[in-house]
Write a new protein. Structure first.
Length: 321
């Protein structure tokens, strides 16, 4: 990336190049609810309200988490270019303001995580039924902590069964809502997969009743040969302290730091946000899986072959006010 050594802020070219990395963040149903703009002294990350999913995300939590993940990628790309950002969380539709800190070379960790941005993807295929490397949970929890998050691994049969039941119940409640089901279809089978949404290959097979963790049904084909037989999924709940809109953005930054760290460790990841999207179930999740402060997302880690990538809108579509 080219950054001027004398200019007050990033050049438009350097900023656009960093946005090119930001957009590879995960987002709810691949809705990409973000915008980025240069300002006089730096840049803003904005929530694109038009892309918020009304039925599954009425309060915008999932959209803000998605934007937080994109903001983390943006920060990482700016750091990899030698001019890292400082930032503060904002309120309203501007979520985050960034400005250049002192120039410095990227740290080895920043370099490694930056390299993982295009490699990371959500994996809805079967995971191997083998435990993750013993040190991985500590490394992943530390990644969440660096960005102000908390990652609590769900250990023990009883806790896992409770979590699985909450996911199942949330999924069933959501699917019973015709508006939710229509929105899910529009974002999967009905979307233009060349730029957004979840196409048939990324959707994975249809969820199987025998799976421990009920995957979201993005309209994938039959499950018989591809069902996930793993009985011991490695699962964690990502939380933050605080339940405001800016806390969701912080959770998104912690999420992306965890996901890139997982990719760096060779781990596949899957996400389950159904129990966070249904308020009554989220309350039960908060009480059931202590000591999670304010749960934002359920994550699964494991070993699995690379599946299919989703696509993104062009950078030009997300730049500007
Ligand atoms: C806040 C949030 C919630 C998500 N919830 C789910 C989920 O419940 N089920 C699922 O399969 N994927 C979930 N995802 C993953 C997105 O569908 C995925 O990031 C998006 O389709 C882009 O694909 P990629 O992650 O492979 O780049 C979620 C992602 C985010 C950021």
């Amino acid at each position: 990336m080219t950054t001027s050594t004398t200019s007050r802020t990033w050049s438009p070219e350097a900023f656009a190049a960093a946005v090119g990395y930001a957009v590879w963040a995960p987002s709810i149903h691949n809705s990409q609810p973000w915008r980025f703009r240069c300002t006089e002294d730096g840049a803003d990350v904005l929530l694109d309200e038009h892309r918020r999913l009304a039925a599954c995300d009425p309060d915008g939590r999932m959209a803000r988490i998605s934007c937080g993940a994109a903001a983390y990628n943006l920060r990482l790309a700016l750091a990899a270019g030698g001019r890292p950002a400082r930032y503060r969380l904002e309120s309203g539709s501007t979520l985050l303001h960034l400005w250049p800190g002192p120039q410095r070379p990227p740290t080895p960790l920043e370099r490694r995580l930056h390299q993982q941005i295009p490699r990371r993807h959500t994996n809805r295929g079967p995971f191997a039924d083998s435990p993750v490397d013993a040190s991985a949970p500590r490394v992943l929890a530390e990644a969440a902590r660096r960005e102000g998050g908390q990652l609590d691994f769900v250990t023990g049969e009883a806790a896992l069964a409770t979590l699985a039941a909450l996911i199942r119940t949330a999924e069933a409640r959501q699917l019973a809502d015709p508006a939710y089901a229509a929105e899910l279809r529009a974002r999967s089978t009905g979307a233009d997969h060349s730029v957004e949404g979840i196409g048939p290959s990324a959707a994975g097979a249809a969820p199987h009743p025998g799976e421990v963790l009920t995957r979201r049904d993005f309209g994938g084909a039959g499950h018989d040969t591809t069902r996930d037989v793993s009985r011991h999924p490695v699962v964690a709940v990502l939380g933050v302290l605080g339940d405001g809109p800016d806390d969701a953005v912080r959770a998104g930054m912690a999420l992306q730091c965890v996901l890139l760290t997982a990719a760096d460790l060779g781990l596949a990841t899957a996400m389950y946000s159904q129990p966070v999207e249904v308020p009554a179930i989220r309350d039960r999740l908060r009480r059931a899986v202590n000591p999670i402060p304010d749960p934002q997302l359920v994550l699964r880690f494991g070993y699995a072959p690379t599946t299919c990538y989703t696509n993104r809108r062009p950078v030009a579509d997300v730049l500007g006010a």
